[in-house]
Design a protein around this ligand. Structure first.
Ligand SMILES: Cc1cc2nc3c(=O)[nH]c(=O)nc-3n(C[C@H](O)[C@H](O)[C@H](O)COP(=O)(O)OP(=O)(O)OC[C@H]3O[C@@H](n4cnc5c(N)ncnc54)[C@H](O)[C@@H]3O)c2cc1C
Length: 382
């Protein structure tokens, strides 16, 4: 075995947006020898690609002030750093439903004022597109969408420039402590099994964080998974330059999905196909295997049938494709719809850290923590 090629300061498992951002940060700021293992054949192919592509500016979180305020802080940072990967060209509207909504229009306006998020009544022509019996108010807001393919290209370029050692098609199976304190990560590659060693290991595998822990006999982190469907549609001409979100309950969003030139269509009730929680009292289920084992069936018709009651023009949408992916959140997010980043230091082993960013802009919270301390402090922030 070539020792130098397999010994590192930091080993990152998972080549999504979070793993790649961490790798670049560690190379650029600390000049560490960094290796990144990615199970798939390319970077940023899983949740970092198959999501709704919203760069959150706080509006989405009237039930979690902390998440809303973090979004307000991270939104301008994301735009400043990734403006070339963002589509700001469309008009963004948040509507509030009269029934079943967890906020009223007044509460929503007050919430936006509290977090300092720009909000104005939508133009009359836009309001007329909604059924006034069902929608109480429509607001113009400031939010944008990211282009997942441009983001991937950007991260690939930054990884190359920073000389991160990237190992694609390399599945990290287990981690163990070696004599002397280093960690050994056993992985499966096209050339068979091998073990890489490092002083610090970062598990950035999002929905699969517990797979490595379970296989290594380490304590699991309580996580809730949803198998989700984001439909991709062609919208009718009247809706082309628009992003629409109905708040706050069992409603829907239709907004540009820049990397495909389509709109994403999601619905709080029909986007999740099934859900489960990782628990120690039953066998662990690999989320990727759950997804791969499900018949590919779409809930799109249910989504559009409901949404068009609120916005009849959506009847003219044409379903083109659906992105199926596992969405993972902390169980407490169930209560308040918060999206905190998860940072767990020494998860079962010294120098094994688990990081799960629940939304793209949380990446700055991760960088802040890594920058602030030599070792990441165990916490879940808002
Ligand atoms: C349906 C849905 C909608 C969403 N909408 C939004 C939104 O609008 N805005 C927003 O900000 N966020 C959204 N999110 C959340 C956002 O997508 C995630 O927070 C973010 O993509 C997580 O990035 P990541 O790098 O942690 O995960 P991922 O991108 O999933 O990366 C994890 C990587 O780890 C690799 N991996 C897994 N296991 C192993 C292993 N054993 N060995 C090696 N590699 C491994 C995977 O192949 C993958 O590339 C959404 C998520 C979903 C699923």
């Amino acid at each position: 075995m070539d020792r130098d090629r397999n010994e590192f300061d930091a080993l990152i498992i998972g080549g999504g947006f979070f793993g790649c951002s961490l790798a670049v940060h560690l190379r650029q700021t600390r000049q560490l020898r960094v290796v990144l293992l990615e199970a798939g054949p390319e970077l940023l192919q899983r949740a970092s690609h198959s999501n709704q592509a919203r760069v959150h500016n706080g509006y989405h979180y009237p039930r979690s002030l902390l998440t809303a305020l973090r979004s307000r802080i991270n939104y301008p940072r994301f735009l400043a750093q990734f403006r070339d990967c963002v589509d700001e060209s469309f008009d963004k509207y948040y509507a509030v439903s009269r029934n079943f909504s967890k906020v009223t229009a007044n509460q929503f306006r007050l919430f936006c004022t509290t977090i300092g998020a720009p909000i104005t009544p939508a133009p009359t022509a836009i309001r007329k597109m909604f059924d006034a019996d069902l929608i109480e108010e429509v607001f113009t807001v400031q939010e944008c969408a990211f282009d997942a393919v441009k983001l991937r290209q950007r991260m690939v370029t930054e990884m190359e420039a920073s000389l991160v050692d990237v190992r694609l098609s390399t599945d990290a199976l287990r981690v163990r402590q070696l004599p002397g304190g280093k960690l050994g990560v056993e992985c499966s590659t096209s050339n068979g099994r091998q073990e890489l060693t490092a002083h610090r290991v970062f598990n950035c595998t999002y929905s699969r964080i517990n797979r490595l822990l379970d296989a290594s006999g380490l304590p699991l982190i309580p996580l809730k998974h949803e198998l989700t469907e984001i439909a991709l549609v062609e919208v009718p001409p009247e809706v082309k330059g628009m992003g629409i979100t109905v708040m706050c309950g069992p409603f829907f969003s239709v907004m540009p999905f820049p990397s495909r030139g389509l709109h994403s269509f999601s619905h709080v009730r029909y986007t999740p196909h099934c859900q489960w929680q990782d628990a120690t009292d039953r066998p662990y289920m690999d989320p990727y295997a759950v997804l791969a084992g499900r018949p590919r069936q779409s809930n799109y018709l249910r989504m559009v049938m409901d949404a068009r009651r609120y916005m009849p023009v959506l009847t003219g949408c044409r379903h083109v494709d659906s992105l199926m992916e596992v969405k993972t959140v902390l169980p407490r997010s169930e209560m308040d719809d918060s999206r905190p980043i998860l940072l767990r230091k020494d998860q079962g082993l010294p120098n094994l850290d688990c990081i799960m960013g629940a939304k793209i802009d949380n990446v700055f919270d991760m960088i802040d923590y890594v920058s602030a301390a030599d070792s990441i402090v165990s916490q879940e922030t808002a």
